[in-house]
Structures are given as structure tokens and as C-alpha cells.
Ligand binder design. Sequence first.
Ligand SMILES: NC(=O)c1ccc[n+]([C@@H]2O[C@H](COP(=O)([O-])OP(=O)(O)OC[C@H]3O[C@@H](n4cnc5c(N)ncnc54)[C@H](OP(=O)(O)O)[C@@H]3O)[C@@H](O)[C@H]2O)c1
Length: 282
Amino acid sequence: MDSAPRRRSARPFAALRPADVPVALVTGATSGIGLEFARALAADGYHLVLVARTLPRLEETADLLEDEFGVPVRVLSADLASEQGIATVVAFIGHERVDVVVNNAGYGLPYSALRSDPAELAALDRVLNVAVQQISWHAAQRMLERGRGGIITVSSMAALTTMGAYAAAKSAAMVFTENLAGELAGTPVTATAVLPGYVHTEFHDRMRVDMSKLPSVAWVDARTVAREGLADARAGKAVSVPGLQYKIAYLIAQTAPRPLIRGVSSGFRAVRMTRRSRRRPS
Ligand SMILES: NC(=O)c1ccc[n+]([C@@H]2O[C@H](COP(=O)([O-])OP(=O)(O)OC[C@H]3O[C@@H](n4cnc5c(N)ncnc54)[C@H](OP(=O)(O)O)[C@@H]3O)[C@@H](O)[C@H]2O)c1
């Protein structure tokens, strides 16, 4: 269930920090890539607002980061698959100063599009795309008023493929963010889409996909994704592709004919189906 910030909301955030200390809000901050973004931002002195669904884990993560970095951390429990969850984050951005937003929360579906329920496809699109657009829009308005800010959206290399509803939603989030970067050009506010390749996190376990046969060259670690993503955002880049192997893949994908992209995507999908440890009965 969604909730307003609990224990850490007792005092207004402004009371916890001098006016010039920057604040970062990270969605999906309790694990994997989001946690590494939160760590990197805390190491740079940012005060944090962590967003995810599971409140006890949010509280644990907040304690961990407060102990490790000595910065105040607040938590917002919100399911970004629901309108109410998105509204919770938008309301927070409306009444508290947020200097950096990292749209990172996400997951993949364990089944292909046709084997998923339409409701599952819609929920995925809300988390990966609708929430990103709503949160980014509101954050951009507030940041423009205040004259500074950065929006980072964790999309995926999958955005360049035709690999199912996940790729479609990631592509929409990437294009929305690239467009924002263009609209914000010449202002003190930036927008950056980060396109990670395969990253060791809880992502594939949650999907119950066995990734053990994927060669080590295909993996990028979550810390590298956060470090390079933040560096590229600070440099004002519209797109960040962490890891040399994926920088090369990104360049190839820019010039590859679309039928080839569709063919390669179908091949990946077939391999993934054989790697999945549990199949939905047809
Ligand atoms: N791992 C990869 O190979 C990879 C590659 C490219 C892109 N990405 C993208 O990177 C982002 C982070 O994924 P990850 O790999 O770090 O996965 P992860 O370790 O599973 O972390 C996902 C985070 O998102 C939160 N979350 C999931 N569903 C949510 C919802 N409906 N509302 C709010 N929060 C939600 C989770 O917390 P709760 O469960 O408590 O809500 C958790 O904090 C995702 O957008 C993913 O698509 C991952």
C-alpha cells in the first residue's frame, strides 16, 4: 500500500539540511542499480529520498545509507504501477525541493507479451514509462522554477531492440527523456537516459531467468552503471551507455537495419525462453 513518508517524515526535510545541500530522489533505490545511484549520490553529499514498494526494506536501506554516509535519508513507499503511487511521488516533488531525480524502478516480465495478461502489460508500462513521464514532467517544472536540476532515467539497451513489452516501454522512456533533454537545452536543467546492458542485480532472479550461461563480457556491474550515468548526466549528455562493450553495441545499433534488429531480438527471445526455469502453461 502506498504511504506518505513515515518515521523520516516527522520533520520537514528542509529542517534537516542547510538550504544549499542538494537532495536526490531515487526510485527503486532498495536494490541493484538504484541502490548504487543512491550510494554514489550520498557519497557526493546528497540528502536522499528513497522510493520503492516494500517499506521495511526501504527503512533498512535508509538506515544502511545513513550509517555509511552520514546523510539524512527519507523513504516513500509507493507502487509506481498504480496511479496513487505515482501521485505520491509527484506530490512529494511538488512540496519539497528535489535537485536530482533518478527514475530507476523497474522489473521485467517472466513471459513473452502474448503469454502475459493485458493487465500485466499495462502495469509494466505504468512503472517503466508512465511513471517516468509523470515524475520527470513535474520534476522538470520545479527544477526550471528553481534554476537547477537533473533528471536521470534508467532505460535499457533493450530499448534499441524489439524484445517485447519491456523493450517497448523502455524505448518510450528513452525517447521521452531524449526529447526532454532537447527541450531543456540552454536551461540549467538536464535530462539523461541511461542504457545499461546486463547487470547483476535482483532483476533476473525476480523474473526467474537463469542467466548463468551468459558470458562474463556481457555483464556490467551496477556501480559502473551509476558512476558512468552520473558522470554523463553532469556532462549534460542526453544518453549514457555504461561499459565499453555496450558503447560499441549502441553505435552498431544506430546503423543496423531494422529487419536485422528484429531478427536478433527474436533470437534473444528464443534463447531466453529456453533459459527460463518456469514456464506459464499455454
Ligand atoms: N539488471 C539488468 O540487467 C538491467 C538492465 C537494463 C536495465 N535495467 C533497469 O534498471 C532498473 C533497476 O533494475 P535492477 O536491475 O536494479 O533491479 P532490482 O535489483 O530488482 O531492483 C528493482 C528496484 O525497483 C523497485 N520496484 C520494482 N517494482 C516497483 C514498483 N512497481 N514501484 C516502485 N518500485 C518498484 C524494487 O523495490 P520493491 O520491489 O520493494 O518495490 C527495487 O528497489 C530497472 O528499471 C530495470 O528495468 C536493469
